[in-house]
Write a protein that binds this ligand. Structure first.
Ligand SMILES: C[S@@+](CC[C@H](N)C(=O)[O-])C[C@H]1O[C@@H](n2cnc3c(N)ncnc32)[C@H](O)[C@@H]1O
Length: 361
């Protein structure tokens, strides 16, 4: 029994899980397709390789390991990491420039690996140049399936003439609905996506189909339906083509791979959506916490104001009570005096009347 996955043993049952968690959540590098490249290199001598779109340069060495004597690595925006990775191997040559323009400045290659700007115009021009100038070359292409098969991606839109570009957005595609969304497969500033998918002159696969229709002849295109789709384009009459196509068949005809790829992009875009929602909920929670803290300050301020008003009211009440007391005292003293005065007056009057009525002697 052979195991391709690291199944581990009864004493080490977690080996496969360990291996799984070492992989990035998003697989996207051409290095994933190593066994496909092994078939290409086994079937034909591929001495000169031109790699379009290099990114970190980690995969460039793989072509040299498989037999290339020179790998020309085209990238317009080489990072320090890319320079360092290429510097480790004399067979790797950095070409700082934009494809397709720079292709004509390089030797004709046996293998072209196209993984640069994934839009119709760029891929159309790359294929036109290669198919005309290197008709026996093998062309390996990435991203011939969702999401860039029928939708342009632009790393640098200004390199594509405006009339060959589609309106683009920083939002990204998802498999969960047809419109772009900020919670989709976004470029985070690295690239934009055509707002609409489909139609004419849109996407990598559409460019391949149109190139095949224009070229005619015995060009063949096969797709390995995994990790965004790897396409292999070659002439059936070119050296080693029959063996390549035959050995590629288990991959290109695999319904299992196609199903797993569909499941992968569904799961991945679900993860993206959940991440986006988690960040949005986090932002909501921050805003809520800010509002609560603002309201707490307002409550504290109002309570202080209330205490102050209460104090003032109590003082006023005390003052009123004192005044009331003073007035009452004053009133009762005057009343008693007036009553006493009135009684004295009354007594005097009564006495005078009695004396008047008394008989005179
Ligand atoms: C998807 S990454 C390449 C990944 C790499 N092939 C791998 O398998 O690891 C795309 C790269 O293409 C580069 N690029 C964009 N437009 C390009 C162009 N017109 N010509 C060449 N490279 C381009 C970007 O700078 C980026 O590094």
């Amino acid at each position: 029994m052979t195991h391709l996955v690291h199944v581990g043993t009864r004493d080490d049952p977690h080996a496969q899980a360990r291996k799984a968690r070492q992989l990035p959540i998003l697989l996207h590098s051409m290095s994933i397709f190593r066994e496909i490249f092994e078939i290409l290199f086994d079937s034909r001598k591929l001495s000169i390789v031109i790699e379009v779109g290099v990114e970190s340069g980690k995969v460039s060495g793989m072509y040299a390991e498989l037999g290339a004597v020179a790998v020309h690595c085209i990238d317009p925006l080489p990072t320090d990491e890319l320079r360092a990775n290429l510097a480790q191997n004399d067979a790797l040559h950095l070409v700082e420039g934009w494809s397709p323009g720079v292709l004509a400045e390089l030797p004709v290659a046996d293998l072209y690996v196209l993984d640069g700007d994934h839009n119709y115009a760029t891929v159309q021009d790359e294929l036109a140049w290669i198919m005309a100038n290197a008709p026996d070359a093998v062309i390996a292409m990435h991203d011939v399936l969702w999401p860039w098969h029928r939708r342009d991606l632009y790393y640098e839109p200004t390199t594509v003439p405006a009339e060959r570009r589609h309106p683009a957005s920083h939002d990204g595609p998802t498999v969960w609905h047809d419109e772009l969304t900020p919670g989709g497969f976004v470029g985070n500033g690295a690239f934009t996506a055509a707002c609409q998918g489909g139609g004419e002159r849109n996407g990598v696969l559409t460019a391949v189909e149109d190139a095949l229709a224009t070229a005619g002849g015995d060009w063949r295109f096969e797709v390995v339906p995994a990790v965004f789709g790897m396409g292999v384009l070659l002439r059936e009459s070119s050296p080693g083509a029959a063996e390549m196509l035959e050995r590629l068949r288990p991959y290109t005809e695999s319904r299992l791979l196609a199903t797993m790829e569909n499941n992968r992009i569904a799961l991945y875009t679900k993860v993206l959506q959940m991440q986006f929602e988690a960040v949005a909920h986090g932002d909501d929670a921050d805003r809520l916490a800010e509002a609560i803290s603002g309201q707490r300050h307002e409550i504290d301020r109002l309570q202080a104001e209330l205490r102050e008003a209460d104090g003032r009211r109590q003082n006023e009440l005390d003052a009123l009570r004192r005044e009331n007391e003073r007035l009452r005292t004053l009133l009762s003293r005057r009343f008693r005096q007036r009553l006493a005065g009135s009684l004295t007056e009354l007594g005097r009057t009564a006495k005078a009347r009695l004396q008047e009525r008394a008989p005179q002697r």
